[in-house]
Design a protein around this ligand. Sequence first.
Ligand code: F6R
Length: 239
Amino acid sequence: MNVIVCKDKQEVAKKAYELLKDVVANKPNAVLGLATGSSPIGLYGEMIADYKAGNLSYKNVISFNLDEYVGIDKNHPESYSSFMHKELFDHIDIQEDNTHLPFGDTQADCDAYEAAMSDVSIDLQVLGIGRNGHIGFNEPGTSFDSLTHIVDLDEKTIEDNARFFDNDANLVPKKAISMGIATIMKSKRILLIATGENKAEAVAAMVNGPVTESMPASILQKHADVTVFVDEAAAANLK
Ligand code: F6R
């Protein structure tokens, strides 16, 4: 695991973009795994700015998102589909047909998403990390062998995401459909972004702690090509 400590989240975004740009410049039809949440917003901003400057095209890029809430309308402002359009897809030349988000609540929906990814294989997976160490919506206790599956969101996650739902935890969906941990581990390269002091504990456990299903991100120690971009606050507990 290659850990790069940056002075602030702006530098995290710039450095993470250098890696992503390299992948897409070398393979214009690269397959990107994408995340939602606060962590990748700076990276998406860099992608948009450089696209607008005419430096990189996403015309042939294919994307697969990590997760989506169960039971939310795709057009709901807080659906991950809406998030991706607002924060990235509507501002670059990626083709709508080349973008994929998991959707549904049945095993068949999960299997179909997993099969679509197996057909192509992800070149670069972008990840954030939850305060409890989740990656995707794979909460503590999720099997390292899991593929795309339906998950019950952890109380901490519901609490953290209430900020997007009028600060009311009751309005946060309680289930999600998520790539599994084994799905994430199949990606050729992984880029993880973590900023802010509330991520410091999870980052330290991911990097230096035991590899255990109670800290899902710790599995990344076993992946051959992971780059972690953290700001100084998120790096505070690293030895
Ligand atoms: C998002 C996702 C989650 C987030 C994590 C961190 O698609 O799968 O694992 O990356 O919850 O969220 P933020 O970035 O909002 O702190």
